[in-house]
Design a binder for this molecule. Structure first.
Ligand SMILES: Nc1ncnc2c1ncn2[C@@H]1O[C@H](COP(=O)(O)OP(=O)(O)OP(=O)(O)O)[C@@H](O)[C@H]1O
Ligand code: SF4
Ligand SMILES: [Mg+2]
Length: 371
């Protein structure tokens, strides 16, 4: 992609800015009631979708949130963007508690936190032109940029690599990757400081994924926008995020700097995610000696999660203590600052080089593009 004349001067995060917390989540919890019974329906249980998580996203940083289906990633994203109400916990954005703010109090903050959705097909109104879609957030918020909304929309289309002349076209006239670019342009319309991107490339053809990830990376770096990048596998966020948190059944079980997580995973689940590569023809040599682990069994129900460590029903290292005591999320000896792990019997730090971790071939192509 060529350099874009309409991009504002880079707001590259300085070291100092990068240490400044933008979003701090503490004890964040969301339980959905489960209704049952006849003739009177009553609450018979709770889906513990998110159960007491702590996260910090710094200014301009890309933070990856990873875990298997159903572990609570989207619920976390929806809580942070305040699409749903938390059951408990705090969400502090730029020093202000937004977890329990009213609609009115939220209004000025809403524009600063935007969301990009997984499905570029259903997240765009098919009856609206691209111009209308991208200018929608400006209209709702009564924002009139210098030179008018249309000019700004054309600039935004150019930033995301679309032809500004396609202003009057409809979503069905675009490919999946192009539609996701429209979603990115819409998210950028209000100059956000934080974008929650919920699996933004998983609905796209593998060949297109790299292009959209590269666009998001460009936006993050050049506009200094922080990202909470949600993905179900570690490969995509590895490419994109400086820090990564791994979720399992509503809990964060490991968090740390990208390199620390990828080269020295201490939680058995992270280790398993890193070694769970569906592709064949991978020998031990290819994995740099990293032990190959296959995760057995399904994720248990979040309505009735296992006692103690929630991973224990699938963990090959589980012992009695794991059922009795929930492991706290702490920094283990030998780990880097900020690398926290919740496990009673953690893995030894491995020394496998980053390159040794096997990605699927499509993502390897993506890696190639970024170099
Ligand atoms: N509105 C809701 N009412 C009841 N349960 C819900 C609701 N939304 C989500 N859940 C449940 O909460 C749990 C976490 O869901 P969530 O969508 O956050 O997971 P996820 O990690 O995003 O999964 P995926 O990778 O499939 O998108 C799941 O068990 C889901 O069924
Ligand atoms: S606490 Fe026990 S069950 Fe949980 S991951 Fe560690 S070893 Fe496995
Ligand atoms: Mg989801």
């Amino acid at each position: 992609m060529t350099e874009d004349p309409v991009l504002p001067a880079p707001r590259e995060a300085t070291d100092e800015a990068a240490r400044e917390p933008l979003l701090v989540v503490e004890g964040l919890t969301k339980h959905f009631p489960v209704k049952g019974g006849f003739p009177v329906r009553r609450t018979v249980g709770q889906v513990q979708a998110v159960d007491g998580i702590d996260l910090t996203v710094h200014v301009g940083e890309s933070f990856g949130l990873v875990g298997e289906s159903g572990c609570g990633k989207s619920t976390t994203g929806r809580l942070i963007t305040r699409l749903i109400e938390p059951t408990a916990g705090t969400i502090t954005y730029r020093g202000r508690d937004i977890g329990h703010a009213s609609r009115k109090q939220l209004a000025p903050i809403r524009s600063e936190i935007q969301m990009i959705f997984q499905d570029p097909y259903s997240s765009l109104n098919p009856r609206q032109t691209v111009g209308k879609i991208v200018s929608g957030p400006m209209e709702i918020n009564g924002i009139e940029p210098d030179g008018g909304r249309e000019k700004r929309v054309r600039e935004l289309l150019e930033i995301v690599g679309l032809n500004p002349e396609h202003y009057n076209r409809f979503p069905h006239e675009f490919s999946g990757g192009q539609r996701q670019r429209i979603g990115v342009a819409r998210a950028l319309a209000l100059e956000p400081k934080l974008i929650v991107a919920d699996e933004p490339v998983s609905a796209l053809d593998v060949s297109i994924q790299a292009q959209v990830v590269n666009l998001l990376q460009k936006v993050q770096r050049e506009l200094g926008i922080a990202f909470l990048f949600i993905a179900h596998d570690l490969a995509v966020v590895r490419h994109f995020s400086q820090r990564v948190a791994v979720m399992y059944l509503g809990k964060v079980i490991e968090v740390g700097d990208r390199d620390s997580i990828y080269t020295r995973p201490r939680h058995p689940y992270t280790h398993a995610l890193l070694s769970a590569v569906p592709e064949v023809n991978v020998t031990d040599e290819d994995t740099g000696g990293r032990e190959r682990i296959r995760l057995a069994g399904d994720v248990p129900s979040p309505i009735n999660p296992p006692s103690g460590c929630r991973f224990r029903t699938r963990c090959w290292k589980a012992r009695d203590r794991c059922a009795a005591e929930e492991p706290p999320l702490v920094q283990l000896s030998g780990n880097h600052d900020g690398h926290l792990t919740a496990c009673h019997f953690p893995e030894d730090p491995t020394t496998a080089r980053e390159e040794d971790i096997v990605l699927d071939p499509a993502l390897a192509a993506l890696e190639g593009e970024s170099k």
